[in-house]
Structures are given as C-alpha cells and as structure tokens.
Design a protein around this ligand. Structure first.
Ligand code: HPA
Length: 254
C-alpha cells in the first residue's frame, strides 16, 4: 500500500468521479482522524483516500468542508494542515462555479490563475502557525508553471480551456444579479463557495496549488437564469470527463 504521497487532490461538487479511478485504495473515514471535522449530513461522512492514480501515489479528499455548512474557517482548512504534516507538496483542486466573464459558456473549464477571498474571514486569522510567516505572500497563489503545463496539456488534447480569477463567497445563496455584477467589477471571472480558504492555507504551508473551475451557470447580465444545486451538479457531471483528463495528466507529470 502507498504510504507517502506528495500530491493531493480535492474534488468539488459533481466532480468526484476521478476518485473512483484510484487503485490500491485505503480509505480512512474522517471520523477516525483526530480533530478532523465530521460532516453533519447523514451518509456523507467523508474519507481520506490513499492510493494510486496511474503510477502516481495520491491522497484524495472524498468530501470537503464548506463555510456555509457552519464549519469555522479553521475546520474548513484543517485537512490542509493534515496534508502538510503528511508531506504533501502539490495540491490539485476542482470546483463548480458561476461564470461572470461574458466570454464564458456553461460547460467551460476555467484554469484558476488567481483568487479573491470574499468570505467573511481569513483562515489564517489568529495565532500564526510556524508553517509560514504571519503575513504570507500571495503573489502566486496558483503555481504559474502548473498553469502553463495545464494549458499545454489542454492544447495537446484539444480541450477548450478558459483562464481566470475565482472568487469565493460564503454562500449558501447563489448571487443576485447585482452581486454577480459587483464581483465582475471586482475582477472575478467565476464565483463559487469553496477552494479559496484551502488555497490560502496551502500557500501558508508552502504547498503549490493548481485549480480548475467548471462553469456550471452564468452570472452574466442578460444571461442570468434561475440556478439550482441540481443544475450545477448536472452541468458539472457533463464536463467532468474533460476536467478529469487534464487533472489525470497533471498528476501524472507532478
Ligand atoms: N455562485 C456561487 N457558487 C456556485 C455557482 C454560482 O453561480 N455555481 C456553482 N457554484
């Protein structure tokens, strides 16, 4: 069995299928890990999976924690602290997001180039952990080399990708048209409810980050329609094979 992966992956809403490809998998239930947050939703206890994706040792999070569920920012990001202690050096994340860039279409994949924290708190608030400085640099929150590599892989495979800035809100409401407009003015290309806290803490731990958003709905003036969680999941489901193809290859080369 694999014991020392240096690569970890967190799969977002409707994007969990890649975890099914993990071989030699050992699953550890979150509830068996000291201090790990435990899902309050019945049947969604969540697991850390140790195994192989292709030839690569990997640690995957089956189930992630969102601020809107009521967890503190420390709880949301606790798994990243565990990853650091386990020796993880590179973190791959995916999420479903609403596109605010008028050039985007539903079903697009967006390589995340940067992020905006629009959550009410920063996960590093409070006593500083010695994994990083009190005032961490965030000038390259998403690793530029990994972004370049992803663009190259997408080009090789003929997969259309967008690039852009991901903004995270606390949720659980989707945005009003006025909020989508504001976030666009702020510089967001896509809006979601995850990822940003984990990437902040990963940066503080010196873990390189790479992320892909699946654009599941549009927060673009004139194109805004009612959104539901089911539609977000359906749209994510439809493109997840392409997202998985890029991630698989990225992990293979990590
Ligand atoms: N807003 C916030 N979170 C989301 C969205 C959105 O439009 N789509 C999927 N997750």
């Amino acid at each position: 069995m694999t014991t020392s992966p240096t690569t970890a992956i967190i799969l977002g809403t409707g994007l969990g299928k890649l975890a099914d490809e993990i071989t030699d998998a050992a699953r550890i239930s979150y509830k068996d890990i000291p201090n790990f947050p435990v899902s309050t939703v019945e049947g969604h206890s969540g697991n850390l999976i140790f195994g192989k994706l292709g030839d690569k040792d990997i640690l995957a999070m089956e189930g992630r924690f969102h601020y809107y569920e009521g967890y503190t920012m420390k709880e949301v990001t606790f798994p990243i602290r565990v990853m650091y202690e386990l020796g993880i050096k590179t973190l791959f994340v995916s999420n479903a997001a609403g596109g605010t860039n008028p050039a985007f279409e539903i079903g697009d994949l967006m390589i995340i180039t940067d992020q905006i924290n629009a959550l009410p708190e920063n996960p590093l608030r409070g006593k500083n952990f010695p994994t990083g400085p009190r005032f961490p640099d965030m000038s390259e929150a998403y690793d530029k080399k990994l972004i370049q590599q992803a663009v190259a892989i997408a080009t090789e495979k003929g997969i259309k990708v967008q690039q852009g800035v991901y903004l995270a809100t606390q949720g659980p409401t989707f945005e009003t048209p006025a909020e989508y407009k504001m976030f666009r003015i702020w510089g967001a290309d896509a809006v979601g409810m995850s990822t940003v806290p984990e990437v902040i803490v990963a940066n503080h731990c010196g873990i390189k980050c790479f992320g892909i958003s699946v654009i599941t709905d549009l927060g673009v003036e004139g194109k805004i329609v009612e959104v539901s969680h089911e539609e977000v999941q359906k749209a994510a489901d439809a493109v997840q094979p392409l997202m998985a193809e890029i991630m698989r290859e990225m992990i293979n080369r990590a």
